[in-house]
Design a binder for this molecule. Structure first.
Ligand code: FES
Length: 609
């Protein structure tokens, strides 16, 4: 059997019985799969010509009878039974994501864990037939460099290097281990790479360890999105498939390898030249990188297998850097407050400030920390994927064609990423549009889209005309079909508003409970750091307007970009920062929200606008 995917024109052979999603994966065709192929997101829409399996319950839930009659199916549900032609519509194609690679630059004293030592070793003679390493050791000790610990690979390199340049060699040392020996005096920069493994995107920053300069950056979509967009679907994938953990680990390690090749090629050096590596990610991403089962992270009491920093060699996880390059994985605080939050704390320096600050990274989970040098508390609020555009009818990630800002006077004004006609709405656009509709009274404080008549009477006839349907089925057309890509409108439905209420309610409850625990009010908070892509793009006024964050009247609001990545860079450039990250595990308190008796009540209140 043969299956052809259009409009890519990619063909793939099929045995029959495989899902279209599995075939697409084999053919290298990227289809949206927010739920990881479980039939619960409805995002993997395709149009099929040819014989496929019976329509499933999940398809009946997401597709109208008309859509089914037109040949639309969910790729994860429909199985190929004969030759097929499959059209992947624009909405289901994985778009290029605009990835945030900027971040805060924190003042830092360079103190890298890679160093170089050039030595001129006198040759052995018949009178003094000293072994090569012993000759090196003599000089090493004379120079007060401490204990000399070469790796086996370095031992192999020494004899030839020693004789290639009249006894002059350069030893490259990572922490207390000599990992490389080169003939002559090496002047090339010492290199390290800091990785930030996000649930959606992975970024690598190649750094000059002696100057602290960022030499190149590369990023890719996290390939594990293939197995589910969110952390929970990936944990389920790891659990439910015999080789699940290995598959997820291999996928991420290969991506780190490609990023390494890309960043080193940009400055014309070899991946082998990179000797120090740091990694940050949420606890699940870090577990999967290490090939450790994340199963128990998803089960109460949500404990990780490891929280301490992990030191290993690149070869141990199959990463194609220098095999003896040291990889340092950031410590995590708890199952849902990971190394990325430790990176955020390092980058903002909130742990050493006198005044109270809030640092918050909003994604599928809102990880947050509140406090100062006296006391610092963290928690994680399960916001769900609404801020990333999932479970929202016209939601999408912050990619080409996503509406990212909205303003309303008597009409709706929007901007879309990359210009052009909008295809959907991303998290920051969603927060904006709901904030603005609340302000003009199209949405009431309980979150209900009001009747068009009421909006018209309030003096907004154009907005009233954009409201359609009744009660639970009411929606607001942010973009009309004439303005939208492929003649499709961008709608905000009553259900979308409820999804956003759940998400923002979770974040707000987390903040309120942290404030209560610390015994401070909104006016005591002097700085608010908003991290991550969403934090960078969302307008603070809109976040306040929808009540996602309290009105911090005396606080400075700072978008800090990819703070987790900045933390990874700091740990790469400074042994002190690395040690600080480890100490933070002792200093920082963790609060498990689901264990708080006041959480439900707080959450119900925080859902209101
Ligand atoms: S419904 Fe098919 S991937 Fe989610």
């Amino acid at each position: 059997m043969q299956v052809i995917f259009q409009p890519m024109g990619v063909a793939c052979a099929a045995d029959g019985g495989e899902s279209i999603l599995a075939l697409a994966e084999r053919a290298g065709v990227a289809i949206e799969r927010v739920c990881g192929g479980r039939g619960t997101c409805g995002k993997c829409l395709v149009r099929v010509s040819g014989e496929v399996s019976e329509v499933t319950e999940a398809e009946r839930h997401f597709l109208s009878p008309q859509a089914l009659a037109d040949g639309y199916r969910l790729a994860c549900q429909a199985r190929a039974l004969a030759d097929l032609e499959i059209v992947v519509p624009d909405v289901s194609r994985v778009a290029e994501v605009s990835i945030l690679t900027g971040g805060v630059a924190n003042d830092l004293t360079l103190d890298p864990w890679v160093s170089r030592h050039t030595l001129s070793v006198p040759p052995a003679t018949l009178d003094d037939p000293v072994a090569d390493w012993e000759a090196v050791r003599r000089l090493w000790e004379q120079e007060g460099l401490g204990a000399l610990r070469p790796t086996l690979r370095a031992m192999r390199e020494l004899p030839a290097a020693l004789r290639a340049n009249g006894g002059q060699i350069t030893l490259l040392q990572v922490d207390d281990e000599v990992v490389r020996v080169e003939p002559g005096e090496r002047v090339d920069p010492l290199l390290g790479i800091a990785y930030d493994i996000g649930t959606t995107t992975v970024v690598g920053y190649l750094m000059d360890l002696e100057t602290g300069q960022e030499l190149s950056v590369a990023s890719e979509l996290n390939p594990q999105t293939r197995y589910g967009d969110d952390v929970v679907s990936r944990i389920q994938h790891a659990d439910e498939h015999p080789q699940g953990i290995e598959t997820l680990q291999r996928a991420i390690v290969e991506t780190l390898g490609r990023i390494l090749i890309d960043t080193t090629a940009q400055i014309q050096v070899q991946p082998d030249d990179v000797l120090a590596i740091t990694v940050v990610g949420n606890t699940t991403m870090q577990h999967l990188l290490l090939g450790i089962s994340p199963t128990y992270l998803a089960q109460s009491p949500y404990v990780p297998a490891v929280t301490r920093a992990v030191n290993l060699k690149a070869a141990e996880i199959g990463l194609e850097a220098h095999p003896d390059a040291h990889v340092w994985v950031m410590p995590s605080i708890a199952g849902w407050v990971g190394g990325d939050t430790v990176g955020l704390l390092l980058a903002t320096g909130i742990y050493e400030q006198d005044e109270v600050a809030l640092a918050i990274d909003i994604g599928t989970n809102g990880e947050m920390a509140l406090g100062s040098r006296q006391r610092l508390i963290t928690c994680s609020a399960a916001a769900g994927p609404a801020f990333e555009g999932a479970h929202i009818s016209c939601g999408m990630r912050a990619a080409q064609g996503a509406i990212d800002t909205v303003e309303i006077d008597h009409k709706v004004h929007w901007t879309a990423i990359g210009g052009g006609m909008p295809r959907g709405i991303c998290g920051s656009g969603l927060v904006d549009v709901i904030g603005e509709l609340l302000r003009v009274g199209v949405i009431d404080p309980r979150g209900k889209l009001v009747e068009p008549g009421v909006v018209e009477t309030a003096g907004y006839p154009a907005l009233a005309a954009q409201i359609e349907g009744e009660n639970r089925h009411r929606s607001f057309a942010v973009v009309s079909p004439d303005e939208g890509a492929e003649g499709r409108p961008v709608l905000l439905t009553q259900r979308d508003i409820r999804e956003l209420q759940l998400a923002k309610g979770a974040i707000r409850s987390g903040i309120e409970i942290l404030m209560r625990e610390l015994g401070v009010g909104a006016d005591d908070v002097r700085r608010v750091y908003l991290a991550g892509a969403f934090g960078n793009y969302v307008r603070p006024e809109s976040a306040v307007a929808i009540g996602m964050v309290p009105h911090f009247r005396r606080a400075e609001m700072l978008a800090v970009g990819n703070a987790a990545g900045s933390g990874a860079k700091m740990a790469l450039l400074s042994r002190t920062a690395r040690a600080r990250a480890i100490e933070l595990l002792v200093q920082v308190e963790y609060l498990e929200l689901s264990g708080r008796p006041d959480f439900q009540e707080q959450f119900a209140e925080a859902m209101l606008f």
